[in-house]
Design a binder for this molecule. Sequence first.
Ligand SMILES: Cc1cc2nc3c(=O)[nH]c(=O)nc-3n(C[C@H](O)[C@H](O)[C@H](O)COP(=O)(O)O)c2cc1C
Length: 333
Amino acid sequence: MSSDSFNGVRLTVAPMEGLTGYVFRRLHQSFFGGADAYYIPFVTPTQEPRFTERQLKDLAPSVNRGIHCVPQLLTRRPEDFVWAVRALLDMGYDEVNLNLGCPAGTVVAKGKGSGFLRTPAELDTFFGTVFDTLGDDIPVTVKTRLGWSEEYEFADLARIYSHHPIKRLIVHARLKTDLYKGDVRLNVLQDALPLLAMPLGVNGDIVTVADLKARLAAFPRSVELMVGRSLMADPALFRKARGGEAATHDEIFAFTDALLKGYTAAFSSLKNAVMRLKEYWFFQQFLFENPEKHIKRLFKARTPDDFFAALDAMKNELEIRPEPVYGWRKALG
Ligand SMILES: Cc1cc2nc3c(=O)[nH]c(=O)nc-3n(C[C@H](O)[C@H](O)[C@H](O)COP(=O)(O)O)c2cc1C
């Protein structure tokens, strides 16, 4: 996909653990024409300066060949970040992203992800050490939330980010305490724009092509629009944004079949692959008219046979919508 696909703004796939792994990335690119970049869900570099076999399953250049991927690291230890950035650049990646957004309890308890936002002075020191060690030209980008629990935190964080040669800042405009609920706090990002020196990426609650346009109009200096959950509902979103066709009914079901095959091979287990497909269909259902009865049956399926029967019924009976409804918002409360 060309980098000038949306008025010169990059359209990128957000990292989503369990959803945007290599099976998805490869199939999404081949079915729907891809994205300007796919962020790889975070990996945590260990003190031992080597990626584990498990981490390499998603990070290995061989599984990502021909796909523009950006790996993401989750850590608060500069030493671990430094070795991992070097290793990833050696593997051929052209950018490494730091996760300052993850709100999971086990992550923030260790002061990582959005937990790092609670200690801005330490974050400042972290970046100081990283750029002193790796040099100002190192292609490090950051994905952040606005803060831990208060909107005013972001001004301080924005000043810290701007002290360092971070190549791009992607903002999911929520606080940690918002988790994924409520509206994105675009006004907070808007107010902090004069404090942000680096190129900006914007993320959060972009659902349709109209939303992509509106977000760009609200933040004309954005160089990147990042989308996560809506792409799970409408994998053709970026294709449409480039003037292409909406997803067809047959395409969506062929994509589901391909994901199922891909995960069955990756997990060596049809049962686990079926469980994974239910996670996609939590979002995918919202691209169809009145999916409630069918989706209930799909989620309740105990065996792969039950799952296939439910899927067949959906294939025969559900009608596709031109755009998804933002139904996952309601499910989150
Ligand atoms: C299941 C799931 C897994 C996620 N995993 C990651 C992750 O590994 N790294 C990260 O920075 N954000 C992660 N996120 C957050 C998304 O990247 C994104 O910031 C968030 O969903 C808001 O964007 P959206 O409204 O376009 O989905 C995850 C979100 C979900 C729902």
